[in-house]
Design a protein around this ligand. Structure first.
Ligand code: SF4
Length: 512
């Protein structure tokens, strides 16, 4: 640690022990400490080293907040304990206390503190003189982390003097199908986790003590990078802890258990270059190592030729964009269903003919599905292979549309039958370039195969950003911003299929 970091740390350390008498641990810092004590320490003393929150992560947080507010309607007429200054947690605790004392029976964002551990519960409800706790999650499953989260809250609330008759997690019911206005009792499902939270109490108590001692100890915990950096969440201090991991690290090797890769790394095998020629790794791992060592693509010309023989001109290059609203927006849709709103199609009649381009982008505020499928069927009605990149999503969307619009089912089936997956020669390592790093996304393929094309100049540079942008269009009222976003969406999707055309041409040139 540099002297300046040591100095800053000692100052922060004193401040935390004096100013933060209010609370030392919250639900999120407790869970952080369970994942990794170094992460807790860095968060407390060197928060400035934290990786920036991406737009995608922010969108997930925002969705969680919106779902939380909607779930409050399951218990109408409640009072929100959040103070005017949201960060004033002590005021929130005080507000909650006053609301309980004044006989309020439904409290949103109820805050409690015990032994300098803070917990803010989504909904606290009094029924027949007993208190019930509800924590809302925008997920469709109860995860072990959610159980820990509930267990910590139970510990704080019950030790604050409120005896809980039950503790439930409210999650999203993925079997719910919207029909008319949203039925909150169908959309949400409450699962009691009281038994698990009570069973976890001694574990919680031990780990509160352990986490406090991590914070109290001046030295940074000596924790090496490991599987815990990804589980249960990708740690937001990876930019700090992983910065010394070299290029071509052994973590890019597939077919080996993560734990073994960390053992190798800690034993000094940092890069694929250090792996001996004779090893026990599988074929794919060795293709990767060979490509890294030669610093050039490993190509199986016969396999590529066999793949190309499946493709018949004319060829369509097709890509969909979808969004997945947690709360279904349209009738006959479920939570988190992929709703297609855009496609791009490049078309080549023969190997030597020029490119044509077709596209579709749904109007906002409408159910895009019917217009989407009708336009797509029209644009692809002539014969020829339909190339997609990573077929799963496109096939699932089309299968879903078959059910939603049975009148088009046979036509859609014909399109599915014509689809061929362009990822296949890359995933099978018939064409493997070292810069692919065992990832087969178009974003990794492009710099290696078609460096003149890239997404960096675009306003929207990924499928998840396109998803967020389209969802936001439904709330946007500024016409200029609407037009700008629509333009950016069209540009992005068009580049996706143009990239497929160029990648396909590389395969054709290899096969020659
Ligand atoms: S990156 Fe890994 S080692 Fe570093 S703080 Fe996070 S979990 Fe701990």
């Amino acid at each position: 640690m540099k002297w300046i970091d040591k100095y800053k740390k000692s100052i922060f350390h004193k401040l935390i022990l004096t100013v933060l008498e209010k609370h030392i641990l919250s639900k999120s810092t407790f869970l952080r400490g369970l994942q990794c004590s170094k992460s807790l320490y860095l968060y407390k003393y060197f928060i400035q080293k934290r990786d920036a929150v991406s737009k995608e992560q922010q969108a997930v947080f925002n969705r969680g907040n919106r779902v939380g507010v909607l779930a409050q309607k399951l218990f109408p007429g409640g009072v929100d304990a959040t103070p005017a200054k949201r960060s004033n947690n002590l005021a929130a605790v005080e507000n909650t206390k006053k609301l309980i004392e004044s006989g309020v029976e439904v409290i949103y964002e109820a805050a409690f503190q015990h032994n300098q551990v803070l917990a803010i519960l989504d909904i606290l409800v009094k029924k027949e003189d007993k208190w019930y706790a509800y924590e809302v999650k925008s997920s469709t499953k109860v995860s072990p982390t959610y159980l820990m989260d509930a267990s910590l809250q139970y510990w704080v609330i019950s030790n604050s003097g409120v005896s809980l008759a039950d503790f439930s997690l409210i999650i999203i019911n993925n079997q719910y199908v919207r029909n008319g206005s949203v039925d909150l009792n169908g959309l949400f499902s409450a699962k009691s986790v009281l038994k698990e939270t009570i069973n976890n109490q001694s574990f919680i108590e031990e780990n509160i003590t352990r986490s406090k001692s991590v914070i109290d100890t001046p030295a940074e915990p000596d924790v090496k990078i490991g599987e815990h950096c990804f589980s249960p969440y990708s740690c937001d201090f990876m930019g700090t802890c992983w910065k010394s991991v070299p290029a071509n690290s052994i973590f890019e090797i597939t077919g080996v258990k993560k734990s073994e890769l960390f053992n190798l790394y800690n034993a000094g095998y940092k890069t694929a270059l250090q792996i001996p020629e004779k090893n026990e790794l599988d074929k794919n791992a060795n293709i990767h190592i060979q490509a890294i060592k030669k610093n050039e693509a490993v190509i199986d010309k016969a396999a590529i030729t066999a793949f190309l023989e499946k493709i018949k001109y004319p060829v369509f290059f097709m890509d969909f964009e979808t969004f997945m609203p947690a709360v279904p927006l349209y009738d006959k849709t479920k939570p988190y269903q992929h709703i297609p709103f855009q496609y791009s199609l490049h078309y080549k009649k023969t190997k030597t003919s020029g490119l044509e381009h077709f596209e579709f982008l749904a109007e906002q505020h409408t159910d895009p599905r019917r217009a989407f499928i009708e336009a797509l069927l029209k644009h692809t009605e002539s014969e020829g292979t339909i190339l997609v990149y990573d077929i799963l999503m496109e096939r699932n969307v089309l299968n879903g549309l078959k059910k939603d619009f049975p009148e088009y089912a046979s036509e859609i089936e014909l399109r599915i039958d014509r689809m061929v997956d362009l990822v296949q020669p890359f995933q099978s390592r018939s064409y493997y370039h070292p810069s692919m790093k065992n990832s087969f996304s178009m974003k990794n393929l492009l710099p290696a195969l078609v460096p003149e094309l890239n997404y960096s100049d675009l306003n929207i540079g990924s499928g998840s950003m396109a998803m967020i942008a389209y969802e936001n269009l439904n709330k946007e009222t500024d016409m200029f911003k609407i037009l700008e976003t629509r333009e950016s969406l069209l540009e992005y999707c068009k580049l996706d299929t143009l990239a497929m055309v160029k990648v396909f041409e590389v395969l054709e040139s290899v096969s020659k």
